[in-house]
Write a protein that binds this ligand. Structure first.
Ligand code: C2E
Ligand code: MG
Ligand code: MG
Length: 689
């Protein structure tokens, strides 16, 4: 009680205006000076709510808009000890300090301390106010701000820079210089920069620094630095703002890598290849040495990928890229173009350099076995070669020509290289013309089917035929399917052509079931693309057959081994549904691809057609003889029948009959025939003796 009275007396007598408020800002106590300062009567002040009182005070301020926030915020007890200055309409200046107090009269609350500072130097008050603002701004920006003296020692830095320097308090930097934080080289460099700024008085903007720190770590910084001047304009140091862009630089480098290099092999990609090519051409202009652009494509990579999985395929590509690199000089460029395609730039070729030797060497290196996840894998490669400037001037053109040459290498049995020649270009032009002509061939009924007998090797009967397509071209005469089917596949015409083949063969088999034998069957070749396409389903074909009064077993669909390896659900389902709908499945060209026995079983293949290549050198005891016998025995064990393709002589025929082969097809019996010729032949038996 005594203490309380003593304190109250002190407050009343205090020359400042003092107000005590509770947490709801209701006035608890105000001394006389406070009431007078604000023109409150004792009654009015205590009768107001907190916000009523603020509204009233606001009404007295000279700049209520700009001061309202400070008035309210500081009354809420925030930022307690910082003096704030308020100008009143009547010209007075009031200084205020606010702080929270603990339990006066049992409750926490707020104390506001007001002092009339009118007549004191307003500039001082205002500049102090501004300095406060500036410091708090400096410390809240994420950029680094510094002021240095003539010796490049820090006068002041902001919190952000202190943090970067690992200092708890910006004040710890005062008197230090760059040498305390950075490598000697870097410190010397910034010192030189700053000396120049101070000597010339010219600021430096957007300066990029690669900073090396004392501890060896590096960072990227971009800064602007200006001369620091005193009130008289005299240069007394430098100041600046800097921004750490290390993260940005890292992201930039990553993006650049991703844009220019292949993620799997780390090799340059197509884009980078183009850059390197341009560089190489520039060098060529100086030294006149030759260049070569090569395209390399792996043979049958898809089969490795499909049968062993993508992870193994990826690993193979990595090993391949290493092997190619080992064959090249460091000045050459190896790039991955995507998939299993690579490109090579050979530079500084002298007239003596044989590019063929280099291509040969690369092919040799790639041919050795690869050990991949427990598998031993062999792949080969085909390479197309173009020479600059002989073959072409532009990168895009050379790339195209190299591609053509590479395809030529593939056509010539793969595992080899091919130089671009003008004959090749002629062929490419030809292809283009053919593609154009193919587009009208269906409409103008230029296609027709020939039928090759499939002879029962036990009886000599002809109860089966393979339908083979021919194209009667106005200018070229009869074109064989080997020439135009791949083209039709690549230009999207194969489905329509396949559909036509199927319907034409279906009509024919209906005739021949009536004329030759009710069990007569015709085989049609179906391109893998027809299975992959979703335009028609396998069951549509069976429906068509029923609609023309045929049982689906009238047609045998010939597929190739590659299709069995196709991993897609759709293709699997189409294969199963072909068989389930009642059509028969025949596996063409067996023995040339990567078939696995389990596939044969899974898809319920009815017939294997041993590829023509097995007929070559077929004589007793030859390797092909052994293989034929084994294939036939295996097929029979699995419940399949066997057709031998390409029988041209009686020796081949007799060996196959002896090996218990079911059917034979080949020039020995008949070439593919027109329907009338076929009908003639089918009525007779083939003499097998
Ligand atoms: P394929 O299905 O393996 O057809 C057998 C090919 O071997 C035919 O060639 C045939 O004329 C030929 N041949 C038959 N017996 C002998 C022989 O004793 N000796 C030799 N050296 N060759 C013989 P063709 O008619 O030129 O057909 C080539 C390939 O074109 C066919 O191979 C087949 O894959 C494809 N093809 C043919 N017609 C069509 C079709 O309608 N659609 C599709 N997608 N492909 C077709
Ligand atoms: Mg066939
Ligand atoms: Mg075949």
């Amino acid at each position: 009680m005594v203490a309380h009275h003593w304190a109250e007396a002190l407050l009343r007598a205090h020359p400042d205006g003092i107000a005590l408020m509770d947490d709801a800002y209701m006035l608890q106590f105000a001394n006389q000076n406070y009431l007078e300062m604000w023109g409150f009567s004792e009654k009015s002040a205590y009768g107001m709510t907190g916000s009523e009182r603020f509204e009233y005070q606001l009404g007295l301020l000279a700049k209520p808009e700009s001061d309202a926030f400070a008035l309210r915020l500081l009354n809420y007890g925030v930022d307690a000890q910082t003096p704030r200055y308020f100008e009143l309409k009547d010209g007075r200046w009031l200084e205020r300090i606010t702080y929270r107090h603990k339990a006066i009269g049992g409750h926490d609350g707020i104390v506001s301390h007001w002092r009339d500072v009118t007549g004191q130097h307003m500039e001082v008050i205002a500049s102090q106010h501004e300095r406060d603002l500036m410091h708090s701004m400096m410390d809240s920006v994420p950029d680094q701000i510094f002021f240095k003296d003539l010796e490049s020692r820090f006068i002041r830095i902001n919190s952000s820079l202190a943090k970067r320097y690992g200092l708890d308090d910006p004040a710890q930097a005062v008197g230090k210089s760059d040498a305390d934080f950075f490598s000697a080289d870097h410190a010397a460099q910034t010192r030189t920069e700053e000396l120049e700024i101070m000597q010339t008085g010219t600021p430096v903007f957007n300066q990029l620094h690669h900073e090396v720190w004392n501890d060896g770590k590096a960072a990227w910084n971009v800064s602007m630095k200006m001369p620091l001047r005193d009130a008289n304009g005299q240069i007394i140091g430098t100041y600046g703002i800097a921004h750490d862009i290390t993260e940005h630089k890292k992201a930039e480098a990553l993006i650049w890598r991703q844009a220019n290099f292949d993620a799997l092999t780390g090799l340059p990609n197509r884009r980078m290849l183009r850059d390197r090519w341009e560089q190489a051409v520039n060098n060529h202009k100086r030294n006149h040495q030759g260049l070569a652009l090569l395209i390399l494509d792996l043979d049958h990579f898809k089969e490795v990928n499909d049968s062993l999985g993508h992870a193994v395929g990826d690993e193979l590509l990595v090993q391949v890229s290493k092997r190619i690199e080992d064959c090249l000089r460091v000045t050459d460029t190896l790039a991955r173009m995507g998939g299993d395609e690579f490109a090579i730039i050979l530079t500084d070729l002298t007239p003596e350099t044989d590019v063929g030797d280099i291509a040969h060497k690369v092919i040799g290196c790639l041919g050795a076995a690869y050990e991949l996840a427990g598998h031993t894998v062999f792949v080969t490669a085909s390479i197309g070669v173009t020479l600059f400037p002989q073959d072409g001037e532009s990168f895009d053109e050379l790339l195209k020509l190299a591609d053509q040459a590479m395809y030529e290498a593939k056509r010539n049995g793969r595992n080899g290289f091919y130089f671009f020649t003008s004959a090749l270009q002629e062929r490419a032009r030809n292809r283009l013309q053919m593609a154009e002509d193919l587009h009208v061939a269906l409409r103008e009924q230029q296609f027709y089917l020939v039928y090759q007998p499939i002879v029962d090797l036990r009886t000599g009967d002809i109860r089966k035929a393979e339908a083979l397509i021919r194209w009667r071209h106005q200018a070229r005469g009869v074109v064989s399917p080997g020439e135009f089917i791949p083209l039709a596949e690549s230009i999207g015409l194969i489905e329509d052509i396949g559909e036509w083949v199927f319907q034409t063969a279906a009509q024919k088999v209906r005739d021949w079931r009536a004329q030759i034998d009710p069990g007569f069957q015709i085989s049609v070749n179906k391109s893998p693309l027809q299975f992959q396409s979703k335009r028609r389903q396998a069951s549509d074909w069976a429906d068509y057959l029923r609609s023309v009064d045929l049982t689906p077993d009238a047609i045998v669909v010939e597929i190739t081994e590659g299709l069995l390896l196709d991993a897609s659900e759709w293709v699997k389902q189409q294969l199963l549904s072909t068989r389930q709908s009642g059509m028969h499945l025949s596996l063409d060209d067996f023995g040339t691809g990567y078939s696995s026995l389990s596939y044969l079983h899974r898809y319920d293949i009815d017939v294997l057609k041993i590829d023509q290549s097995f007929m070559r050198d077929l004589h007793p005891g030859s390797k092909n003889h052994t293989l034929c016998k084994a294939i036939i025995r295996m097929a029979h064990e699995l419940g399949m029948q066997v057709i031998a393709e390409g029988i041209e002589n009686t020796l081949q025929r007799d060996l196959l009959i002896e090996a218990d082969c079911d059917f034979g097809q080949g020039y020995l019996f008949a070439k593919p025939l027109l329907p009338a010729e076929f009908l003639n032949l089918a009525h007779k038996k083939i003499d097998l003796s």
